[in-house]
Design a protein around this ligand. Sequence first.
Ligand code: NAD
Length: 355
Amino acid sequence: MKIAVLPGDGIGTEIVAEAVKVLNVLGLPLEMETALVGGAAYEAHGHPLPESTLKLAKEADAVLFGAVGDWKYDTLDRPLRPEQAILGLRKNLGLFANFRPAICYEQLVGASSLKPELIAGLDILIIRELTGDIYFGQPRGRRIATDGHFPGAEEAYDTMRYSKPEIERIAHVAFQAARKRSKRVTSVDKANVLETFQLWKDVVTEVGQQYPDVALDHMYVDNAAMQLVKAPKRFDVVVTGNMFGDILSDEASMLTGSIGMLPSASLNAANQGLYEPSHGSAPDIAGKGIANPLATILSAAMMLRFSLNQEEAAQRIEAAVKAVLAQGLRTADIYSEGTTRVSTREMGDAVVKAL
Ligand code: NAD
């Protein structure tokens, strides 16, 4: 089983090192090869997604990804910015389905900013379409100001678009995922204002007719944002477009206490996948050894489950994470009084020990 390991920038290198440590003690025939991506690749090769890195990712059964980005690259031309690497990987590998579970672990109920009764037992799955919508729309650009330069541009535009087949395939993913859970799908759109999302709503409804055993409801994105903090447990599987999914999944992640806890999987039609924590490169805490590695370790568990067909190993990792939380071990982001504060490495070591 070949895994391309792409740690990236900032805390990416610190958290991926812990996930690799965990994978190494499972006793599975895993072949891991590491490559540069993001700002680190730009520094070394002049491009955030060098050909050699893309080739490694394409040839692997799965990609374990850390995070990319740093404020210092904000002035680079857009195609050279670290974040373009992740967009390039999604596009080149055809990773159209992003799974973001938001699970509230019993021991972390107190770390949420919401009342315990609202989030205890929370287990929702946000499925975000990943290769369409306004992030990949054409045309995009800025209208040049009268002085002829972009810095003085007076107007900018990005085009939102979806095609019927793009919506159909993500809808199927959502209904099939719901069949393995509580058989409920909420499709989030903005059909009251946007044509793109009227199409979305129509197509999801049509696909839904093939799944009579799954209950489908539709919600506008502004209401969904509100309901997520008002009554999050009303949701089970949420399916939405790229931009709304980007925002709602970060919102959902905070319900559970910390973005440092949440894994994600991005899959293509062949179940080849890219696995990464839901958070970014956290330049504010990079190099301090305090980042929470659990989102990345749980992403490795999702990788074993979805791309490598190793359900038992996935469950062992998830049980080990619960065990270290039960022992009271906490990185700074989930620390509360009465628990034991540990570093990134100590958290990784504890998961290894629990395994
Ligand atoms: P971020 O997710 O990196 O950080 C947001 C906040 O959460 C910060 O305060 C950070 O310290 C904290 N945080 C994040 N992960 C944590 C962890 N594992 N443990 C403890 N605390 C954690 O988002 P941002 O600050 O908006 O962006 C930073 C950089 O990351 C930017 O360059 C952005 O473009 C990039 N980014 C990359 C990805 C990706 O690689 N897929 C995703 C989002 C953002």
